[in-house]
Design a protein around this ligand. Structure first.
Ligand code: 5GP
Ligand code: ZN
Length: 110
């Protein structure tokens, strides 16, 4: 259905950092920080806009568990989800970027 569905299916290799029945976390192929992981639902949901609240609650717990596994939970990290064209979403399968491993800058975006 999309490139991230292919990663879930194992058709495209990825470096997994956390996984359960419903969610997968894997390293971004083009890191923008020392730690840059993508966290996705295994169900093809196009963006945050279409994400049901109950599933988002489960995803929040999975994201926090992933931050713990990566060792950034206490020191801090950043979550980003790009939504549709103005948000700069390239892959139309909901994903949170978890970035960290350094003191992150907060740049102007426009
Ligand atoms: P977006 O711009 O949609 O928020 O982010 C898409 C992200 O997916 C980008 O950071 C890009 O580096 C990452 N990406 C695209 N294709 C692949 C791939 O085949 N494997 C992995 N691991 N990451 C990918
Ligand atoms: Zn997909």
């Amino acid at each position: 259905m999309c490139i991230f569905c292919d990663i879930i299916a194992g058709k495209i290799p990825s470096t997994k950092v956390n996984e359960n029945d419903d969610f997968l976390a894997f390293e971004d192929i083009n890191k923008i920080a020392p730690i840059h992981v993508l966290i996705i639902p295994k169900e093809h949901i196009p963006s945050f806009n279409e994400m049901p609240a109950q599933k988002m609650a489960q995803m929040s717990e999975f994201i926090k568990e992933t931050a713990q596994k990566l060792g950034v939970f206490e020191d801090g990290y950043r979550l980003i989800t790009n939504i549709n064209d103005n948000g700069g979403q390239e892959v139309k399968h909901l994903h949170f970027h978890l970035v960290g491993g350094a003191k992150l800058k907060w740049p102007k975006l426009v």
